[in-house]
Design a protein around this ligand. Structure first.
Ligand code: PLP
Length: 394
């Protein structure tokens, strides 16, 4: 008889956001007509910017024209998309070649697929609190996982001295959920460590567009030596509102080798086997994000979220609660007031002020007692939610 993948048995609980959805659905069933203020899941609320919409429309028209019609796209990405991304990095002073850019259908898909490149017996190190998909994607493949808890004393930042014999290390900066950002010197220590130990750093840059302190790195390839030890996973979801449109890209340097095998070449082989490319229309829309016009529009939208984050942070400050994040990230990470645990605080807010946040425990054991607010809601909902929180806790 065919055996299923038994590792699925080891997956804990249901996926965090599914559990939140379940609890909120149960609440709404019991309280019909209530409007919830959703400050939990990291979905965006603002539409795509006009320059991207125009590019998407034009690409649809291409598909209606016999001369301009596009069939299958190259599996690793349309040349115009790869060149546009490389040029964007060049403008930021980071050397990336077009053939090092791989288009994807989003970071989440990629974070799962990329594991194909590595021996499933090499342990993964996951600094926590972390985006829960890191753990689950590794559990599904049977890879041994080492959880590296981080806490407020070190600003929720992982230190390479604690990495041990990890083969694959997840670094998410700015971090979901804590908003912590690895600065240049810490990132350089990780790069040096990985080059010494032979590990590979999986740098999740889904929130790079939120970094506003110019001294902080937005790409791991700003760090010398990273081209020999890192893969960067990027997404247009939070940068440009592509959560529902779906487009991202992954950077794999040509120099990256382990055991004499070239990881860029392996990924080309993987993509040409497991993918038939990403929609031409979406790649046109994605490439448009990097135009000067769209960048200005996208940053206006990002400013809305940054303002929301400040409203949340200021509220927590007035309430005298410990929090991090919100400055270079769209998340604010707070310690639940006594005597509440993460899920109790979740229920308190849902039942009393109809605000939905994310319990810290969902991001790993070291998230227990913490809670995440997302700044991706509308400004009106964010203000209303924070006014209600202030009334409740005062
Ligand atoms: N990485 C992190 C840290 C995230 O928080 C998310 C989404 O919330 C993703 C990746 C996935 O992004 P995408 O929409 O590109 O799949």
């Amino acid at each position: 008889m065919l055996k299923p993948n038994l590792h699925y048995r080891e997956l804990h609980d249901s996926y965090l956001f599914a559990r939140i959805a379940e609890r909120t659905a149960a609440y709404l069933e019991a309280h019909p007509g209530q409007r919830l203020l959703r400050m939990g899941i990291g979905d965006v609320s603002q539409p795509l910017c006009p320059a991207v919409i125009r590019a998407l429309h034009a690409a649809v028209e291409d598909q209606a024209d016999r001369e301009r019609f596009q069939g299958y796209q190259p599996e690793c990405g349309a040349p115009f998309f790869r060149e546009t991304v490389a040029a964007h990095y060049a403008r930021r002073g980071v050397a990336v070649r077009p053939e090092e850019v791989f288009v994807s259908s989003g970071a989440s898909d990629e974070l799962g697929h990329i594991l194909d490149l590595f021996d499933p017996a090499s342990p993964a190190l996951i600094p926590e609190p972390a985006y829960p998909a890191y753990v689950d994607a590794n559990v599904m493949t049977g890879r041994p996982i080492r959880h590296l808890p981080t806490g407020p004393e070190a600003g929720f930042l992982p230190e390479p001295e604690a990495a041990g014999d990890a083969g694959l290390v997840y670094l998410c900066s700015p971090n979901n959920p804590t908003g912590a950002v690895l600065d240049r010197s810490l990132l350089r220590r990780w790069v040096d460590w990985a080059n010494r130990s032979g590990a590979v750093l999986l740098f999740d840059a889904a929130y790079e567009a939120f970094v506003r302190d110019p001294a902080l790195p937005r790409s791991i390839f700003e760090i010398e030596g990273a081209r020999h030890c890192a893969i960067e996973i990027c997404s247009l979801s939070k940068t440009a509102g592509f959560t529902g449109t779906r487009l991202g890209y992954t950077l794999i340097p040509l120099e990256l080798e382990r055991s004499g095998m070239n990881l860029n070449a392996m990924w080309v082989r993987n993509r040409t086997t497991r993918s038939n490319g990403v929609s031409y229309i979406l790649q046109r829309g994605g490439a448009a994000v990097f135009s000067e016009e769209a960048q200005a529009q996208v940053h206006k939208t990002l400013d809305i979220y940054k303002k929301n984050a400040k409203i949340i942070a200021d509220t927590l400050h007035r309430l005298g609660l410990f929090y991090t994040g919100g400055r270079n990230a769209p998340y604010v990470w707070m310690r639940c007031p006594e005597p509440y645990g993460s899920w109790e605080f979740f229920d308190l807010l849902l039942r009393n002020i109809q605000v939905v946040g994310t319990p810290g425990e969902g991001f790993g054991a070291s998230g227990a007692g913490y809670f995440r607010f997302s700044a991706f809601g509308s400004p009106e909902d964010t203000e209303e939610a924070m006014a209600r929180l202030e009334r409740l806790l005062n």
